[in-house]
Every structure is written in C-alpha cells, then in structure tokens.
Design a protein around this ligand. Structure first.
Ligand SMILES: Cc1cc2nc3c(=O)[nH]c(=O)nc-3n(C[C@H](O)[C@H](O)[C@H](O)COP(=O)(O)OP(=O)(O)OC[C@H]3O[C@@H](n4cnc5c(N)ncnc54)[C@H](O)[C@@H]3O)c2cc1C
Length: 413
C-alpha cells in the first residue's frame, strides 16, 4: 500500500518550519511532509535570532505550549535596551553611557532563546507525532509546481532517488533562501545593506560590571530609584554608534555577542579571516609611548585577555620579543573558536583571572582594565590608569598612576 499523501509540505526545517509544523500538529488534523536540504535538522553551529519580542513570546509559550520548557531551559527577557556614548563623558564606564528602554516590564513574557536547543526541542516534539509528521533530511534538487485550484506538485532528490509528492498547501520556510519567492520572481532588492559577525562565549557577561565603581556604589547608585534592581544583563542589550550596534544577549550558560553593521561603515571582506583581522590591527594599532624602551630595559611579560594572533604581529612589527601569555583563536569552518589560556577559577575573585599565572615570585604590575584587577591586588607595586585606576581608588588600594610607559620607566629608575 502506498504512503498517504501529505496535506501540507513545508520547505525548510529551521525555526519557522518547525513552529509551523508544531502549530498544525497541535491544532489541526493535517499530515505534514517537511523537506530539509541540509544533512542535519538542528545545526550545532550557532544560530542567531535569540531575542524574542512579546508576540513571539506569546506564540511560543501559549500557542505552541512551550511555557514551562522555556522557563526551565531559557531566560525570560528583561526588555530591550539601547546604550549610546554620552558626549560630555569619557565613556570608559558603563554609567557614562546614555540609555533608552521601555521602563515598565510588559505583562506578556518574552524570552532569550538558545535557537539551537529550542529548535531541537520543537523538532523532538514534532517527531513524536509519527503518523502525521514525516521529515526528509538531506532533500536536494527541490522543484515545486504551483497548480492553481489543484494539488501542487513537489519533486526532490534523496541520495540517488527522485521522490514526488502532491499537496494542497506548500509553505516556504526556507529562510533567506526564499525558495518560492525566487521561483516566482517575487524578490525585491533591499535598500539597506547590513552585515553581521556573531559568537558565543561561555558564562554570563554582566554588562553592569563594565565599571570602575565599587560593589557598594553599584548597589546604591542614584539611578536605581528609577531603574530598579532587575538584572540588566537579562535585557537584549545594544551598544550603538552610528552605522553599527553590538549586541549582548544572555542564554543559559552562554552569552551571545554580535556586531550588526552597515556595509558603508565596515566592509565585511576587509576583516573576515584571521589574516585580514591581523592586517587591520597592524594598520590601526599603535603602541603607547615608552613601551619599546620598557621592553628593552625590564623584559616584562605580557599577560593579556586578548589573543596571540593579534598581539604578536604588532610586537614583531616593533621588533620586540617578549613572553606573551594570552588566549588564541582556532579558525574552524564553522567559525572562530576561542582557546582560553587558562580556565582555572581564581579563589580570590571567582573568575578565570590573570592572577594564577603570576603566582610565585613577587611582581610589579601595570594595567588599565577589568581583567587586571585581581592580578593588581596581588602585586608588590601597581601602575594603573583608566578603569583600573578608578577601581583601585574606589577600593582604597594604593597604586601609582601612569599616562604612558615613560612614567613607569622613570618610577622604576
Ligand atoms: C544577525 C541576525 C540577528 C538576528 N536577531 C534576531 C533576534 O534577536 N530575534 C529574532 O526574532 N530574529 C532575529 N533574527 C532573524 C532570525 O534569525 C530569522 O528570522 C530566523 O532565523 C528565520 O528562521 P527561518 O526558519 O525562517 O530560517 P532558517 O532558520 O534559516 O531556516 C531555513 C531552513 O530552510 C532550509 N532550506 C533552505 N533552502 C531549502 C531548500 N531549497 N529546500 C529545503 N530546505 C531548504 C535551510 O537549510 C534551513 O534549515 C536575526 C537574524 C540575523 C541575521
């Protein structure tokens, strides 16, 4: 006996395709055939589209019945927030930035979604409906004949075999591929040409820690009166400058980071490989005055939360040879993977900080940022500027301010 024909053929097994199938399985008696051209249904490469608005939150939670799953496995979203540099301030602290957000918390929940796990879960639920849901993974050479007032004809290839189906509805969920729009000549040129880079890091990036204020000052800051005490890191946070924004979105156990930019501001082709990113750094990065002399006289080690691939070419350009302790980049076809130098959590600060690598001998430390804090506390003598200096000051820890490396050379004698 031949297989029953589907009522609905869904082209594409991404978020739209899986949602649509779920909705039809929950609320109708339709039989569904899903065609996915890739060899896997949920990618292990990062998928973007993590921040949901209230309409989507309601749809996922109430219509598709995912509410308790979402609350257990994802985060509820605390609003959309946009940050801008303030003209009159230095903008090296989180508090210096102006921000825009809708203050009241909506009474319709929305979520920060790990798209990979969400899609896998909806697919798992769909597959439980064996009688009404069939999926063909790795379906290529798709062709669709739209038949007005009749059954549409679909043809595709699985390996060497050509297969056919007929259905009342054909739904295009092929994403940016826009299969039917292309076939029917419905595509229109976009006026805006945006591009993006995105990545995940393990753990929570709490943007409120991008400050030199003490923990007490952060808790008691005046803006709390209007902002309240909800964790800002749970928002979809956008740091904006003209022509681009940088997003920070929390996921369970991870943080999604990404840059969206107008192609007039940044050209993708200029920085889309480690070699090109390095060339960009070599062209734009200069050393603070006095570093060459300091390197020659004191042979300091460079302990950086940056990357070997970006630091060492600059040192070579300057003909400086020093020990560098930093992270590295593993450029895989699926994206760049960060290889952390050391992931051991420090007993003092509770983070994988720089202090551990320096333990043993007494040392003099010079730094300017967040990642320098814990290591600076354990140093015999500290030279600090910018955020590190402000933070040490707020914590009541003694340090010697410096502007450039000539100041440190003079102080060391
Ligand atoms: C940088 C960026 C940030 C974003 N941020 C957000 C956000 O914060 N919130 C939000 O809601 N949205 C966001 N979006 C949009 C969101 O990612 C997309 O709207 C969403 O992924 C679309 O899902 P989809 O199922 O339509 O497409 P996809 O997830 O791309 O799925 C399409 C599927 O169709 C398959 N396919 C393609 N062609 C064929 C074919 N011929 N035959 C069979 N299968 C085919 C593909 O392999 C794929 O599996 C963002 C998008 C970008 C680019």
């Amino acid at each position: 006996m031949s297989e029953p024909q589907p009522d609905v053929v869904i082209l594409g097994g991404g978020l739209a395709g899986q949602n649509l199938a779920r909705h039809l399985l929950l609320d109708t008696d339709k039989r569904i055939l899903m065609l996915e051209k890739r060899d896997e249904i949920h990618s292990f490469h990062q998928k973007v589209g993590e921040s949901s608005v209230q309409l989507a939150g309601h749809y996922f939670g109430k219509v598709l019945g995912l509410e308790s799953y979402l609350l257990h496995e994802h985060f509820m979203k605390y609003n959309l927030r946009f940050y801008f540099r303030s003209g009159a301030r230095k903008n090296d602290n989180f508090e210096d930035y102006g921000h825009i957000s809708i203050r009241p918390f909506s009474n319709v929940p929305s979520y920060q979604l790990n798209r990979n796990t969400l899609e896998a879960e909806i697919f798992r639920r769909n597959q439980e409906e064996k009688d009404r849901f069939t999926v063909e993974i790795g379906a290529t050479d798709l062709d669709v004949e739209i038949v007005p007032d009749g059954l549409h004809r679909i043809q595709y290839r699985m390996g060497t075999e050509t297969r056919q189906a007929e259905a009342t509805w054909v739904l295009d969920a092929s994403g940016r591929n826009r299969f039917l729009a292309r076939k029917l000549g419905l595509r229109k040129p976009m006026a805006i040409h945006n591009n993006t880079f995105f990545w995940w890091v393990e753990g929570t990036v709490d943007i409120e820690k991008l400050t030199s204020r003490s923990r007490q000052e952060i808790r008691l800051k005046r803006e709390r009166g209007t902002l309240g005490h909800l964790p800002v890191f749970l928002a979809t946070n956008h740091f904006c400058v003209e022509g681009l924004w940088f997003w920070v979105i929390p996921l369970q156990g991870k943080t999604s980071l990404g840059l969206v930019y107008d192609s007039k501001v940044l050209r993708h082709g200029d920085i889309n490989s480690v070699e090109k990113a390095t060339a960009w750094v070599l062209e734009h990065v200069t050393l603070r005055p006095g570093f060459r002399e300091l390197a020659r006289r004191h042979r300091p080690a460079i302990v950086s939360s940056g990357f070997h691939e970006l630091i060492e070419p600059v040192l070579r350009r300057e003909q400086i040879m020093l020990e560098v302790l930093a992270n590295s980049i593993d450029p895989t076809p699926g994206g760049w993977i960060v290889k952390w130098r050391d992931e051991t959590v420090c007993d003092t600060c509770g983070e994988a900080c720089k202090r551990g690598v320096l333990a043993g001998e007494p040392y003099v430390y010079a730094g300017d940022g967040y990642s320098d804090r814990c290591a600076a506390l354990a140093a015999e003598r500290v030279f600090a500027r910018d955020g590190l200096a402000l933070w040490l000051d707020a914590e009541g820890v003694a340090f010697e301010p410096f502007d450039d490396f000539h100041d440190i050379l003079a102080a060391l004698g």
